[in-house]
Design a protein around this ligand. Structure first.
Ligand SMILES: Cc1cc2nc3c(=O)[nH]c(=O)nc-3n(C[C@H](O)[C@H](O)[C@H](O)COP(=O)(O)OP(=O)(O)OC[C@H]3O[C@@H](n4cnc5c(N)ncnc54)[C@H](O)[C@@H]3O)c2cc1C
Length: 330
């Protein structure tokens, strides 16, 4: 049965488990669905158990695309599958994660459907006057918020991970799982997944971390990252870095935060010896709380930080780490 005015999210799963972005998209989608008084649906390229988990997580309806050809994920097969679903159910809004999969699929889907696309947004709301979804995103390193109205129907948006609260379905929430048959007979993928290599287990991904302690040129050398590692360990977080620190060879490139690095939205972002260039802030401006530690009271980072400590990191960090340790133990 078509759902012509509904809100559709693309759920993601990783080796059989729903990815956290799925719950976050359901949270953002629920607010829109409530405002529009329409059902909230999820598209799942996966299996029945994950579809049931999506209903439990708040979906009113889950379109289950359970085809062996869709596993493992490959944009070349996922795209026609998603396009067929969207054309069939005709949603008003489609939300995807601004994840590896979402970033591959969304622009191609937009071209195929002939609609616009807003990417990497940190907020979506229904504007009754405009009769459209308005997407908002930080620009210029978080100095300003841009509002965009993606053109066409459906309105297509990718949502930055960790910016949305997961849906909280009421007790007894019920939904349905609708198997959706797709036709991939004409699809000849040119790519094949040969092997999946997990990232180092020890290093939590910057994109998923709740606490990030980042260091910049002000650290003066690679040996001083140990101060940051100690604090990150006490807070259960991970270490990040500015591009200067990476380019200087002080830390590996996968730790870089910013425009040309990783985008992170942790609960707490501690910037140590980082001046606050807009290219750096582009990677952390959606953090819930930003704390800056810098010797220069006029450093631009203090304009963007919620809390600032003017001082040498070698004095500040050991004291901060000891205080946090005490609080944790107490
Ligand atoms: C196209 C492009 C893309 C870019 N992408 C990125 C990106 O993804 N990520 C990124 O980070 N940058 C990026 N940059 C670089 C960016 O513009 C800045 O040059 C960079 O972020 C500066 O790094 P920093 O803050 O570590 O160094 P600096 O700007 O040199 O700042 C060092 C800070 O440390 C402070 N300090 C010095 N000593 C101490 C001490 N003992 N204790 C405490 N504080 C101290 C100083 O007061 C200063 O504020 C990009 C640039 C371009 C042009």
């Amino acid at each position: 049965m078509a759902d012509p005015q509904g809100v559709l999210i693309l759920a993601e799963q990783d080796e059989g488990r729903l990815a956290s972005i799925s719950g976050e998209l359901l949270g953002a989608g629920r607010a829109l669905a409530t405002a529009l008084d329409v059902p909230l649906s999820a598209a799942l390229l996966g299996e029945r158990a994950q579809a049931d988990a999506l209903v439990a997580a708040g979906a009113d309806r889950v379109y289950l695309l359970d085809e062996p050809a869709l596993r493992p994920f490959l944009a070349e097969t996922a795209l026609p599958a998603l396009e067929q679903l969207v054309r069939a159910v005709q949603p008003r809004v489609v939300l995807l994660g601004h994840t590896a999969a979402g970033r591959e699929l969304a622009p191609r889907l937009a071209v195929r459907l002939g609609v616009g696309l807003s990417t990497d947004v940190s907020g979506v709301r229904w504007d009754a006057e405009l009769g459209a979804v308005v997407a908002s995103k930080p620009i210029a390193g978080g100095l300003a918020i841009a509002e965009q109205v993606p053109q066409g129907t459906p309105q297509l948006v990718t949502v930055r991970p960790k910016t949305q609260a997961a849906a909280e379905p009421p007790p007894g929430h019920a939904g349905e799982v609708v198997p959706f048959a797709i036709d991939l007979s004409g699809v000849r993928p040119r790519a094949r997944v040969l092997e999946r290599v997990r990232e180092r287990a020890a290093a939590q991904r910057l994109e998923d971390a709740e606490v990030v302690v980042s260091g910049g040129r002000g650290l003066g050398g690679p040996e001083n990252f140990r101060y940051l590692e100690e604090l990150a360990e006490v807070l259960g977080g991970v270490v990040g870095a500015s591009r200067v620190a990476v380019d200087s060879g002080w830390i590996s490139a996968d730790r870089q935060v910013g425009l040309t690095g990783k985008i992170t939205s942790p609960k707490l972002y501690i910037a140590v010896g980082i001046s606050g260039a807009m290219q750096h802030m582009a990677g952390c401006s959606t953090a819930k709380t930003i704390v800056a530690i810098n010797t220069d009271p006029d450093a631009p980072i203090f304009e963007k930080a919620h809390f600032g400590i003017v001082g040498d990191f070698k004095k500040v960090l050991p004291a901060l780490t000891a205080a946090c340790r005490e609080l944790r133990q107490g």
